[in-house]
Ligand binder design. Structure first.
Ligand code: ZN
Length: 135
């Protein structure tokens, strides 16, 4: 876990509660960080500004959450995978609209990657979480 000032985390979650998804953009090179990070992974500068994310992305691969953390056990089984956001970064989260009923179903759908997905904010385990659904 990367250390971040409380204010960044607070603003990120307050925005999620309003259904808005923010990342951060480097003022120097334009690199987009999601979730928000203080420093730029590309040029190392610390001049990041807030940037609302489009929510558009491509699902690269997924699997089922076979060993869900206790907080998420009630949502089991769910699909969990890597999404390449339109803005660049790859983000790992839950994906709605996929069949995770069997390993065969998961394998078959993975052969169709990448799939277009769209972000949404969902209240899960008393938290606002950025999940994606098939577009
Ligand atoms: Zn940069």
């Amino acid at each position: 876990m990367i250390w971040m000032p409380e204010s960044i985390i607070t603003k990120f979650y307050q925005s999620l509660a309003k259904g808005k998804i923010y990342g951060m953009r480097c003022r120097k090179c334009g690199y987009i960080a999601f979730p928000p990070k203080l420093g730029c992974a590309k040029c190392g500068q610390h001049q990041m500004e807030w940037k609302e994310m489009s929510g558009d992305g491509k699902l690269l691969f997924f699997s089922s959450g076979n060993l869900p953390p206790m907080k998420f056990a009630k949502y089991h089984p769910y699909a969990y995978g890597g999404i390449e956001l339109k803005e660049g970064p790859v983000f790992y989260t839950l994906i709605e609209g996929l069949d995770v009923s069997s390993p065969e179903a998961i394998e078959k759908q993975n052969m169709k990657m990448p799939m277009k997905v769209k972000a949404k904010v969902k209240k899960m385990a008393d938290m606002n979480i950025v999940v994606f659904k098939l577009a």
